[in-house]
Design a protein around this ligand. Structure first.
Ligand SMILES: NC(=O)c1ccc[n+]([C@@H]2O[C@H](COP(=O)([O-])OP(=O)(O)OC[C@H]3O[C@@H](n4cnc5c(N)ncnc54)[C@H](OP(=O)(O)O)[C@@H]3O)[C@@H](O)[C@H]2O)c1
Length: 242
């Protein structure tokens, strides 16, 4: 029997990148996956690629009513994975407060409100996986608001792990380093990406970026290891170890 047979997984940000790789991995292990993102076409393509009864519900996680509708669409949740969101880069004196607000609306409140609505539907043995990022543990120039966000998500994950342990719900945080097979590939101009990859060589012991599949392997570990809770798992080529 596949390890996630009979489990229902909700994966926000599941249409592309890290969320999609996790959805593909969970579905290949037998889970029924429900993807959420804003762009219906991207979601339809993802559902088609995954097959195995995957489905999708267009959802903007910054809008609590839409998050509630997503959670209401399933009777039970065994695996909640919240990967939806993007990044805002820029010098602190240039990025307007509204941009940071929007980042927090999707990546902080989006993850917290998914938990708020999902927890009553999560049986003992279920698990929640938040997504933060390397900036929660390592300084990243021009990413001050994002760093604050990642630190906040890490802290939220640890506290919820303790709060939800009596209900038998595990809570962990995946903290990716630079990850390809994601929006980075299609949003960052090639010359900027090359310069960034070069700068990684002095900062990251493995001297390369990770892949969305590396993140999916970590998410599978956190979905199936029944003693793992309260962790922030840095999958970053050693970036935060130095
Ligand atoms: N790639 C990296 O190097 C890296 C490093 C550290 C942390 N992360 C974090 O990892 C998470 C996954 O990102 P990724 O790298 O896999 O990028 P990605 O491919 O752009 O995935 C992000 C997904 O989130 C969805 N999304 C964005 N805003 C949303 C919203 N308000 N409501 C619902 N869905 C939303 C996007 O779909 P729609 O646009 O269709 O909504 C997209 O499918 C993000 O939180 C990202 O910040 C990434």
């Amino acid at each position: 029997m596949s390890t996630l047979e009979g489990k229902t997984a909700i994966i926000t940000g599941g249409g592309t990148g890290i969320g999609f790789a996790i959805a593909e991995r969970y579905a290949s292990e037998g889970a029924q996956v429900v993807l959420a993102g804003r762009n219906q076409k991207r979601l339809d393509e993802a559902v088609e690629k995954i097959g195995r009864g995957a489905r999708a519900i267009a959802t903007d996680v910054a809008d609590e009513a839409q998050v509630k509708r997503l959670i209401d669409s399933v009777p039970r949740i065994d695996l909640l994975v919240t990967c939806a969101g993007g990044a805002v880069f820029g010098p602190v004196e240039e990025v307007p407060r509204q941009s940071w607000r929007e980042l927090f609306d999707s990546r902080f409140f989006g993850q917290l409100s998914a938990c708020h609505h999902a927890v009553p539907k999560m049986p003992p043995g279920s698990s929640i996986l938040f997504c933060s990022g390397v900036a929660g543990h390592a300084a990243l120039v021009n990413y001050s608001g994002g760093a604050g966000l990642c630190g906040a998500v890490n802290a939220m994950g640890r506290s919820l792990a303790v709060e939800l342990a009596p209900k038998g719900i595990r809570v962990n945080v995946l903290s990716p380093g630079l990850t390809l097979g994601t929006a980075i590939d299609w949003h960052v101009p090639p010359e900027k990406l090359d310069a960034f990859m070069d700068s990684l060589k002095s900062r990251v012991p493995l001297k390369r970026a990770g892949s969305a599949r590396d993140m999916a392997d970590a998410a599978y570990f956190l979905a199936t290891n029944n003693y793992a809770t309260g962790m922030v798992l840095d999958i970053d080529g050693g970036w935060t170890a130095v």
